[in-house]
Design a binder for this molecule. Structure first.
Ligand code: PSU
Ligand code: MN
Length: 342
């Protein structure tokens, strides 16, 4: 038929017809468990660029009030580049995509009513947290699962979870890596913290079929606080145009594939970063001595807190700077990517 021929002639049209069908299907499945803000709804409707943001970093990754100032600053950086931020979180048993200022405030303040008992929500926690009416921060894995169901393609965070040191016996491998393998998105991060086993993290990403590309003029995979980890990324993209082309190509393959874009912390922070790395080593040693390394989902928050104590705020300061940098670069790429899809 003509209709069918029309579709065959225009693969992009076919893709957007599919996208609309799957978006309405996703909305139906979520039902009233999902609340989309007006701003995000508008961006979805007009196919404007959107960047998903996680909230476990707010509830479990950073102390108050830096968690709030950082979450707000990320949103303004993204908006100032004509991209819509979509912070994802659970509030009283509902998933919110796009939070109001008041919601961000409440979520970030541990003494506020809703934040008491806020849970860390990874993929496996979604069902129970919704069923039990919980409030919580979504991890990279949890956020990807939710954002991708709405067709959001770009996600900015600070660091992803990875293979923990000693995972050869504990088997503590973050669900973030597995989610990257099955939920197609572009995730911007500053690499992985050296609280993790970075070589094994890269091995698992390869096993999961995730393209890892360092952004900029070096191919080294960054170690969060420091631009170098001693490991190479398999790929490199020099600028936002090539990043957008890589992402778009991977997302439009017959089975869409994820890209992990590793953005090194700007080099002016390398010296401070090297000092923080030493504190990271100490925190990891302590976690093994105290048996914290065997406490599952508590491990990452414990290490983050300990590094914060040991560096008296320096680590936190770098954390804020690198995630803001990721938001700037992620926004540039999101704009180019949206152009490619138009
Ligand atoms: N790394 C950080 N800060 C964080 C996290 C990781 O530097 O806040 C959070 C992210 O939400 C990430 C999660 O998805 O920890 C991974 O936790 P786990 O290792 O338990 O999967
Ligand atoms: Mn874990």
């Amino acid at each position: 038929s003509t209709a069918r021929r029309g579709l065959v002639k225009s693969p992009f049209k076919l893709r957007s017809v599919r996208a609309i069908a799957s978006l309405s299907q996703a909305r139906q499945s979520w039902g009233n468990r999902l609340v989309i803000s007006e701003e995000v709804e508008h961006a979805l409707h007009t196919k404007a660029p959107i960047i998903a943001l996680e909230s476990a970093i707010i509830t479990h990754g950073m102390p108050h009030p830096t968690n709030l100032t950082t979450a707000s600053s990320l949103e303004s950086i993204i908006r100032s580049r004509s991209v819509t931020p979509a912070t994802v979180a659970l509030i009283n048993g509902r998933i919110h995509v796009g939070l109001s200022g008041n919601q961000l405030e409440a979520l970030s303040d541990p003494s506020s009513g809703i934040s008491k008992g806020a849970v860390k929500v990874s993929r496996r926690d979604l069902g129970p947290a919704l069923a039990l009416g919980k409030t919580g921060g979504t991890t990279v894995a949890g956020t990807m699962y939710i954002a991708s169901s709405l067709g959001i393609k770009v996600f900015v965070t600070g660091g992803i979870g990875g293979v923990h040191r000693g995972a050869e016996s504990s088997m503590d491998i973050s669900a973030d890596l597995i989610e990257l393998g099955r939920t197609p998105m572009a995730v911007f991060c500053a690499g992985a913290k050296s609280i993790l086993d970075i070589p094994r993290t890269l091995e698992v990403l390869e096993t999961q079929g995730v393209c890892v590309a360092t952004y900029g003029d070096k191919q080294e995979f960054p170690a969060f606080y420091h631009p170098s980890s001693g490991c190479q990324s398999p790929w490199r993209v020099p600028d936002s145009d090539s990043a957008a082309r890589l992402i778009q190509t991977s997302l439009t393959l017959p089975t869409p594939l994820s890209t992990l874009l590793a953005v090194p912390i700007p080099s002016e922070h390398a010296e401070a970063g090297a000092q923080v790395q030493e504190a990271v080593e100490q925190a990891v040693r302590e976690s093994v001595e105290q048996g914290v390394d065997k406490r599952g989902k508590e491990v990452t928050p414990w290490l983050l807190k300990r590094v914060g104590e040991l560096t008296q705020g320096e680590a936190l300061d770098l954390n804020v700077k690198l995630i803001e940098n990721n938001a700037r670069i992620g926004s540039e790429v999101a704009v180019r990517l949206a152009d490619l899809y138009r």
